[in-house]
Structure formats: structure tokens, C-alpha cells
Write a protein that binds this ligand. Structure first.
Ligand code: NAP
Length: 293
């Protein structure tokens, strides 16, 4: 069994790290807010005093944190992962960050003779709990082969995409589709609601129709209920679309639908919904349309 370090115990990192503990691995964890480690420690993990200590005591060090600046803080800052690294160790970052942010981490990791695997995921908290995530990976292939059995404990669908930052780009591209799907679903739902249809039935029909992706199925309950507890927050989705725009600029690709969706997310954040699930776009449009459930 592997000696695994885990940094970041938010909505995703918590259930993911628990799956590694359940599989019998020795897991040492660190999170900025220590109380969020209670569950994984109760399941059998131990607490590390800092990312540096976690890295020093592990062969595989996973990170699952909010964004690029946070990833840099836990990998490159004081008492960070890089300070605890030595040759032969493997760092696996599963957060959604930009290719440029990732390259900076890679340079620091390689300077210690260690390797970085980029492993962003598709799927949200339910799939994180059920070990049903899709894992988009890139980095050194021989290193990836060593990490693959651990990825198989975390996710159902494994994709090796190349030796560099390929996984970062595809993850951002998929998220633009996910966000825009919620925008167009919001338009269809609110139009139907205002015409007198039942929201639950509308979501049910959409999920089962030709445009009903798995996402429409996952979000059926939350849109029907109208509370929008965060599986993936508006704030994080805005971050991802902004990173996608950076990549779009770099490669010269206009992303029109994504730009419109980004404005709706800005409206959600500006009206106090930044921490809500991003499917709250339906509620934003209900307000803009003068519709009250
Ligand atoms: P989350 O619940 O907001 O958790 C964020 C994590 O980052 C927490 O551990 C948080 O620590 C830590 N963090 C934030 N700012 C920090 C700082 N300044 N210093 C140290 N730690 C900090 O986010 P999540 O939903 O788990 O998402 C994690 C990553 O996965 C993100 O990159 C996201 O885009 C990506 N992702 C999410 C989903 C999803 O459905 N949620 C799906 C696919 C990919 P605290 O606990 O102390 O706040």
C-alpha cells in the first residue's frame, strides 16, 4: 500500500481522500481549516502539521485546492510541498488551474528531482464520493503509469492526454460546455415556468430528451428544489471560465457562448449567490424575468 499525502479537504478533496483511506492506503492530510479533516481522520488518516511535513512523509502527494494562487501557496510558499520533496516523489495536482500556473509548479517540482502529474477531474461531489470521477491526466508517461492504480481508486474513467499541460486545457474546455449548458437550461426552464409548466416535470423531460446530458440529470433535483446548495460554486465556475478565456486568447479562439454565460455568472455573484451552486443561473433568470416560484 502506498504512502499518500493529501492537501485540500474541500467539497471534492474530502470524499476523494476518504476513498484512498478506504482502499487501505496510509494517508496523511493537511487543510487550511483543520476541522474539515475530522471526517477523514475518523476514517483512518493522520494529520500533517504543514504541506511540507505531508510531502516529507509521503511518496505520492495529492493536491485538490480552490485555484492557482492556492496551489502556488501550498506547493511553492513557506512550509510548502516543495520544501518537503526529494527525488523520486510524485506530486499529483487534481485542482482546476491554468496551464501557466501549472507550468510554474512543474518547474519547482522537477527542480527537486520529483515529478508532477496533472490530474484535473470531471464530475462533481457525488461522483467524488462514489469514485466515479473522470480523470484527465498529463505529464511524464512512466510516472502516470505509477499513479494510475491510485487514480482508479478515485475515478471510473481514465484519460492520458499527453506529456505536458494537455489535461489543463481540456478540463477548462469541458467546463465552458458545462457552464453554458446550465445557461441554456436556465433559459428553457424559465420560459416553461412562466408559461405555467411545473419545474420538476420540465427538468425531468429535459434530462430525458435528446439534449439531456448527464449534467441535466445531476442538476434536476437542485433546480427543482430551488435552494442551490453548492456542489460546484458560482465563484469557482467564474474562475474556470476566466482561465478558459486566457487559454482562448493564447490559442486565438473566440468563445462567444462562454462569454455570455460568464456575464450571467457575474450577475449571480453580484446578487449574493457566489457561494451557491452554479445551476443557480435558473434563479438569476427567474429574477430577471420577474418570475417568482
Ligand atoms: P472547495 O470546496 O471550495 O475547497 C477548496 C479547498 O481549497 C479547501 O480545502 C480550501 O481550504 C482550500 N483553500 C482555498 N483557499 C486557500 C488558501 N488561500 N490557502 C490554503 N487553502 C485554501 O472547492 P472544491 O469544490 O473542493 O474544488 C476544488 C478544486 O476542484 C477546484 O479547483 C475546482 O475548480 C475543482 N473542481 C471542483 C468540482 C466540484 O464540483 N466541486 C468539480 C471538478 C473540479 P479551507 O477548507 O480552509 O477553505
Amino acid at each position: 500500500m502506498a504512502r499518500i499525502g493529501w492537501i485540500g479537504l474541500g467539497n471534492m478533496g474530502n470524499p476523494m481522500s476518504q476513498n484512498l483511506v478506504k482502499a487501505g492506503h496510509e494517508v496523511i492530510v493537511w487543510n487550511r481549516t483543520k476541522s474539515k479533516a475530522d471526517e477523514v481522520i475518523a476514517a483512518g488518516a493522520t494529520w500533517g502539521a504543514s504541506p511540507k511535513e505531508v510531502a516529507a512523509k509521503s511518496d505520492f502527494i495529492f493536491t485538490m485546492v480552490a485555484d492557482g494562487p492556492t496551489l502556488h501557496a501550498v506547493t511553492l510558499g513557506k512550509d510548502s510541498i516543495v520544501e518537503g520533496l526529494s527525488a523520486g516523489k510524485i506530486v499529483i495536482d487534481m485542482s482546476t488551474v491554468s496551464p501557466a500556473e501549472s507550468e510554474k509548479v512543474n518547474e519547482a517540482v522537477e527542480s527537486k528531482g520529483a515529478k508532477l502529474i496533472r490530474g484535473p477531474v470531471t464530475g462533481s461531489t457525488v461522483l467524488a464520493q462514489n469514485a466515479g470521477l473522470g480523470i484527465l491526466a498529463s505529464g511524464d508517461k512512466a510516472t502516470y503509469d505509477k499513479v494510475l492504480p491510485l487514480f482508479e481508486t478515485l475515478g471510473k474513467n481514465q484519460f492520458y492526454l499527453g506529456s505536458g499541460e494537455e489535461a489543463r486545457v481540456l478540463k477548462l474546455a469541458i467546463n465552458t460546455m458545462i457552464a453554458s449548458t446550465m445557461q441554456i437550461q436556465a433559459e428553457a426552464v424559465v420560459l416553461s415556468e412562466k408559461a405555467g409548466l411545473d419545474v420538476g416535470q420540465v427538468c425531468e423531460v429535459i434530462a430525458g430528451s435528446a439534449v439531456g446530458s448527464p449534467l441535466c440529470g445531476y442538476k434536476k433535483a437542485v433546480i427543482t428544489e430551488g435552494v442551490y446548495a453548492p456542489a460546484f460554486s458560482v465563484k469557482l465556475m467564474m474562475k474556470d471560465l476566466d482561465l478558459a478565456f486566457e487559454a482562448a486568447k493564447q490559442y486565438g479562439v473566440p468563445m462567444t457562448a462562454t462569454a455570455i454565460t460568464r456575464q450571467s455568472l457575474a450577475a449571480a455573484a453580484a446578487t449574493g449567490r457566489a457561494e451557491k451552486d452554479f445551476s443557480v443561473l435558473t434563479q438569476v433568470l427567474e429574477d430577471a424575468s420577474g418570475y417568482k416560484r
